[in-house]
Design a protein around this ligand. Structure first.
Ligand code: 6PG
Length: 498
């Protein structure tokens, strides 16, 4: 075959294969390569048979069949495999060629790779690709970060292969420099963990608190995925679909015999680590990671379940329909809170790492293709369009008005779940995040400030008075700092402003 390829894909696992098929279906010639050649062979003799897909079995040959500037997409496991391929490719490439890493890489690796390759004249994009196998084949959400000129080389291909939102807009945009794309994808996954955790807690309450079987819960979820429902989303849809599945051995539901262990590949943990680094609270997302960790320690749970007699768990005896409606709105508020946390993290990261992120555009490309796609993202997009400077998502009138009216429902849901003996770490974290962010004075922090000063002479700031929450400053705007001599008679206070 003498035809040259528009783009090359390395890595013939399911994501790589499906992306190659997607590109080909949009009219592109695609060269493919895999470290183990038999996988390439199986692909071109199987799903890629008769298509404009060029198999190659040597890297040199792969590079030779690509049109210039070459565009090479790596769809391999994050970490060492990405570095390994980059190392092997670089000597075969020319200045101005482009390598794209489409895996779930750690964004600091992406920043490093971008810099190292730039020094060699090679362009580099680190991009999030969300949507799983089906998304890769039919249209994922794509979150590319790197040089703008690099993005321009593949913009058309990315637009063509991306998912389209309901209004027809492509679910791809240039995210920002070096690690921006992978940071946004990691945060997307953290938000995904949060969504999954919150939905799971609702299901657990329905099962234990309301005594419903999985089929009944699936019906509620299906209803919540109705056309105009505020909860309508892909994750609610697949929860409904998977929970009604019966297992093969009998008449029971599959979900009831699946082990209660949620594994993870690491992106949620990275999200929480970044939040810790940037001092941004994301308690709902963290609670989702912690809950996965707790789920994995099955041994300790089996032991402790015998030892600790937690309250037996009362079934809810009130109006079922009413409580399901409460759960619906509670879940929506918890979700708003979780997204507010995730977006706050993006905002902080943008500042620290100069990603120059546009939160409205990010919400816009998350509306289709990706795992967290939802009607709700349209509302977020509109909110940032109305006010690009929103200090927090919860400040957007469309969300604050809903929260102001319905927050009690989230409180009530937490209360009845606890009464039923159902842990709701995610829901409670979402609720308390709202309570904290809306506290002009956090009394717990006042107490801690004095504790620190007492045991460590660490000093404290002061506010204008009991009902004057503003911090007092010097005339030139410096925060005034004080210390009480706790061990000295009369406990004198002195000013220690530096
Ligand atoms: C996506 C998914 C995808 C993958 C996650 C699963 O956006 O398409 O998030 O990236 O399914 O890596 O993550 P865990 O294994 O950590 O649950």
């Amino acid at each position: 075959m003498n035809k040259k390829a528009d783009i090359g894909v390395i890595g013939m696992e399911v994501m790589g294969k499906n992306l190659a098929l997607n590109m080909e279906s949009k009219g592109y010639n695609v060269a493919v390569f895999n470290r183990t050649g038999s996988k390439t062979k199986d692909f071109v003799e199987g799903p890629a048979k008769g298509k404009n897909i060029i198999p190659t079995y040597e890297l040199q040959n792969f590079v030779d069949v690509l049109k210039r500037p070459r565009k090479i997409m790596l769809m391999v496991k994050e970490g060492a495999p990405v570095d390994g391929f980059i190392e092997n490719l670089v000597p075969l490439l020319d200045k101005g060629d482009l390598i794209i890493d489409g895996g779930n890489s750690f964004f600091k690796d992406t920043i490093r790779r971008n810099k190292e390759l730039q020094e060699k004249g090679i362009l580099f994009i680190g991009t999030g690709v969300s949507g799983g196998e089906e998304g890769a084949l039919k249209g994922p959400a794509i979150m590319p970060g790197g040089q703008l000129e690099a993005y321009k080389l593949v913009e058309k291909i990315f637009i063509d292969i991306s998912a389209k939102a309901e209004d027809g807009e492509p679910c791809v945009t240039y995210i920002g420099p070096d690690g921006a794309g992978h940071f946004v994808k990691t945060t997307h996954n953290g938000i995904e963990y949060g969504d999954m955790q919150l939905i799971g807690e609702c299901a657990w309450f329905f099962k234990k608190g309301l005594g419903m079987n999985s089929g009944e819960i699936a019906d509620i979820m299906a209803e919540w995925n109705g056309r105009n429902d505020i909860l309508r989303s892909y994750l609610i849809e697949i929860t409904a679909d998977s929970m009604k599945e019966k297992h093969k051995a009998g008449d029971g539901y599959l979900v009831d015999i699946v082990a209660d262990i949620t594994r993870m590949k690491g992106t949620g943990t990275w999200t929480v680590q970044s939040a810790l680094e940037l001092l941004v609270p994301i308690p709902t997302i963290a609670s989702a990671v912690f809950s996965r960790e707790m789920s994995q320690d099955k041994d300790i749970r089996l032991k402790m379940a015998k030892l600790l007699k937690i309250p037996a768990g009362e079934k809810f005896s009130g109006d079922k329909k009413e409580v399901i409606d409460i759960a619906h709105d509670a879940l929506y508020i918890a979700k708003i809170s979780s997204y507010a946390q995730g977006l706050a993290l993006l905002q902080a990261a943008s500042k620290t790492w100069n990603f120059n992120l546009n939160l409205g555009e990010i919400a816009k490309i998350w509306r289709g293709g990706c795992i967290i796609r939802a009607q709700f993202l349209d509302e977020i997009t509109k909110s940032y369009r109305e006010n690009p400077e929103l200090p927090n998502l919860l400040a957007a009138p469309r969300f604050s008005s809903f929260v102001n009216k319905n927050l009690w429902k989230l409180g009530r849901f937490i209360e009845i779940s606890h009464k039923a003996g159902v842990p709701v770490l995610g829901m409670a974290s979402s609720y308390d995040y709202i309570l904290q962010i809306a506290s002009s004075i956090m009394f717990s922090a006042q107490v801690a400030a004095l504790q620190r000063d007492y045991f460590g002479a660490h000093g404290y700031f002061k506010i204008g008075g009991e009902n004057q929450p503003e911090i007092i400053t010097t005339s030139d705007g410096k925060i005034r700092e004080f210390h009480t001599e706790w061990m000295i008679k009369g406990r004198p206070e002195k000013e220690i402003t530096k």
